[in-house]
Ligand binder design. Structure first.
Ligand code: LMR
Length: 394
């Protein structure tokens, strides 16, 4: 049977990581996969998470199964973190999932059950794995314009023109904050216009929020998702705890389905739990439990928020330094967008050839579309990147 299998294309982000590890050059710089790193290049366990782990080790008495949807306390804590008081708790159905990717996958599964012929509109560009999962599931994808390479910002006119083709029951995948891969985000006026259009067409917003706290702050980064929850009859939210809690390998995420009509909550919740059962039974619990402890213990939460804020401000500082260095070397303001973008990523606007030269000649690794992970930089490497960019003609 296995001889019928065909080679699968390598995931571009993960393949780049492999190539980086195999590169023997000591000067190499990794700006690839979206994992936070300190200036020393370490991805730390956050202090509050470490403290929660200690407490958990003392307190945990069983590893018996948790609930099919995950622990209710995790759902409560995460719904409060993402949605604040935008909607009532009984408007939200939720399941814990293995990471944000698990939530995205389960969301598409739910869409497929509810509306088998439904299309999913996806920003051009988007996180490549969105497209890969949709293709794997045989769901029709429609790309909408999102990024303008000229302004290196959002092509809002193009986006709205493409979303004009929405039909009732279509799903529109949006990034809640810190757009991956571009770093360019909608402002609240634009979100308002998108919501009006989706409501007029009867389309369902699905928000992937994987970087809450990495852009303008925990609350500010949730403003769009809360606005959508308040103003759309229904929505899906795939949230990740990988980045903002730094628990990548624990696979901790949550899928939420929000409905203005509370009578839909029971059947939606049942369907979500059913999906967990079909795909992997019980979701992983360790990371979810740590997140719950951090969010519900005032001291742990305060420490987590303060460390997360340091991470965010550190990335902002790197953005500003890189933009300034590029301004100095190029004598132009054309790189000002680096400081304007938000989150972990920026798309620099380099051609694939320039990206390849940066790798081959300067040992600088970025995704082929010129997405960089800002957190892969530090005070020493910012000038190296800026000089190399100018040298290859970006
Ligand atoms: C990324 O975009 O680099 C991250 O979301 C990690 C991943 O799984 O691709």
């Amino acid at each position: 049977m296995f001889d019928a299998l065909k080679e699968k294309p390598a995931d571009k982000i993960l393949a780049l990581g492999q190539a980086f590890r195999e590169d023997p050059r000591e000067t190499k710089i990794d700006l690839g996969v979206g994992v936070y790193k300190t200036p020393e290049g370490v991805t730390p366990v956050m202090r509050a998470v470490k403290a929660a782990e200690k407490q958990l080790w003392e307190a945990e008495t069983t590893k018996a199964y948790t609930a099919l949807a995950g622990e209710p306390a995790f759902a409560d804590a995460m719904i409060a973190l993402v949605l604040g008081d935008a909607v009532a708790r009984d408007q939200v159905s939720a399941i814990a999932t293995p990471g944000g990717t698990g939530a995205v996958r389960q969301a598409f599964d739910l869409v497929k059950m509810a509306n088998p012929g439904g299309r999913v509109f996806v920003s051009d560009p988007t996180w490549p794995n969105h497209l890969s999962i949709l293709a794997h599931m045989g769901i029709e994808v429609v790309m909408y314009r999102y990024f303008d390479p000229e302004t290196v910002g959002v092509d809002f006119t193009g986006m709205m023109a493409d979303l004009d083709g929405l039909r009732a029951g279509d799903v529109v995948l949006l990034h809640g904050c810190c757009h991956n891969p571009t770093g360019a985000n909608l402002n609240m006026t634009e979100w308002r216009a998108v919501v009006d259009l989706l409501n007029a067409r009867g389309a369902l917003p699905m928000i992937d929020i994987a970087y809450q706290g990495f852009g303008d702050g925990l609350e500010a980064d949730a403003a769009a998702v809360r606005f959508v929850a308040e103003n759309c009859p229904e929505m899906l939210i795939a949230a990740s705890c990988s980045k903002n809690f730094g628990i990548y390998r624990e696979r901790t995420g949550i899928l939420m389905a929000v409905a203005q009509d509370k009578s839909l909550q029971k059947v939606t919740q049942g369907n979500l739990a059913y999906l967990n059962r079909q795909n992997y039974s019980f979701p992983p619990d360790h990371g979810a439990r740590l997140v719950t402890m951090v969010l519900t213990d005032p001291a742990l939460r305060a420490d987590w928020q303060s460390e997360l804020e340091d991470v965010r401000l550190g990335m902002l500082k790197l953005r500003e330094t890189l933009a300034a260095e590029l301004q100095r070397l190029s004598g132009s303001d054309r790189f000002g967008f680096v400081a304007q973008h938000r989150g972990m990523f920026s798309r620099l606007g380099a051609t694939p050839e320039q990206v390849e030269r940066l790798r081959a000649e300067h040992a600088i690794y970025m995704i082929g579309d010129s997405r960089i992970n800002i957190a892969g930089l530090n005070a020493r490497t910012v000038p190296i990147l800026a000089k190399a960019m100018i040298e290859v003609g970006v």
